[in-house]
Design a protein around this ligand. Structure first.
Ligand SMILES: [Zn+2]
Length: 332
């Protein structure tokens, strides 16, 4: 799967376009997302951002085999439609067709945490599990990415589990506290409402608390409310992980996203302890709980990897899930 792929990590606040070569990011351009410009305005921003990333490497558009675009929302793969992406203001937007028309290259669309899980699996913390996959063992893996919200993803034997409607793996909206705080999805007591950066902002009554700032404040004396909110987040993340462990019996759960990148080392022991307390003993013993190794690059590298795997001819792909292709030593 040698080739040059463009990867786009599209978020509600920023768009990052990367040129990915052999599983590494070799050029990166970041711009602020102009949500007010509407869906086609964002599509044009993506094209501009990709063009600048290519120019930084002195590459023409013709050199690009495919573009992987990771979006913060629900993706219907068959039609290339983003069903819902509240942070972008997108609803039932046929993003793949619009992007292909503007970029002039094949586009692979994926949910951002799904892409992040693929990135960690192909090049990061979950890489060791590719060997088990290649030898035919059952290899369920999960990801929980914590930032402004909480995203999730599931994979079995190198295939993403998308569900009947592309919604599988929305782990941020599993209920961990009946009647708990109101969530951005409208429900109550979701993991996201208790263990995300926005949950912490709400708990301490402050806005625009970046993960880096939270880390800094935790080092100071006092700050009892903040410290309480952060340990509550770790406790509920552990409960969330235990639900994944009991339902899905994964070999590993990888914890990523900006919040975990800043605070993961500090929180991990508490998350693990809470997960242990709430899981079946055997299922917990068979599950590694790991921090992301790729940080910000997990999503774009996963998107590039998916672009590589899915842009090959159908006949070549038949019977070879992404997992098998990568486990056999191929790289995008
Ligand atoms: Zn929710």
């Amino acid at each position: 799967m040698a080739g040059i792929f463009l990867a786009v990590d599209l978020g509600g606040t920023k768009i990052v376009s990367c040129v990915a070569v052999d599983g590494r990011v070799s050029a990166r351009v970041k711009v602020k997302t102009e949500v007010d410009a509407g869906p086609m305005g964002i599509v044009r921003q993506i094209a501009d951002c990709c063009g600048r990333a290519l120019a930084a490497r002195g590459l023409p558009w013709d050199a690009v085999s495919a573009v992987g675009v990771a979006v913060p929302g629900l993706v219907e793969h068959a039609t290339g439609t983003v069903l819902e992406a509240p942070n972008l203001g997108w609803s039932s937007f046929k993003a793949r067709a619009k992007l292909e028309a503007v970029l002039g290259r094949p586009v692979v669309l994926e949910n951002d945490v799904n892409a992040g899980l693929v990135g960690e699996w192909a090049y990061g913390a979950l890489r060791p599990f590719r060997t088990a996959c290649a030898s035919g063992d059952c290899v369920p893996l999960a990801a929980v990415f914590v930032g402004t919200g909480v995203g999730g993803a599931l994979m079995v034997d190198g295939r993403l589990v998308t569900g009947a409607s592309g919604i599988a793996g929305e782990l941020g909206h599993m209920k961990v506290l009946a009647g708990g705080p109101r969530c951005s999805c409208g429900s109550r007591g979701c993991l996201e409402a208790l263990a995300s950066r926005s949950a912490i902002e709400k708990a301490v009554g402050k806005r625009r608390l970046t993960s880096g700032r939270i880390k800094e404040l935790l080092e100071r004396k006092g700050k009892k409310r903040l410290k309480g909110a952060v340990s509550r987040a770790a406790y509920y993340l552990g409960i969330g992980v235990s639900n994944v462990v009991n339902i899905f019996n994964p070999r590993a759960v990888v914890l990523g996203g900006g919040f975990m990148e800043a605070l993961g080392k500090r929180l991990l022991p508490d998350v693990i302890e809470s997960a242990r307390e709430h899981s079946f003993r055997r299922a917990f013993a068979d599950c590694r709980i790991l921090l992301s190794e790729l940080g910000d690059d997990a999503v774009p590298l996963g998107a590039a990897c998916l672009a590589g795997a899915r842009s090959r001819p159908e006949a070549e792909r038949a019977g070879r899930p992404l997992g098998k292709a990568l486990a056999a030593g191929e790289r995008s």
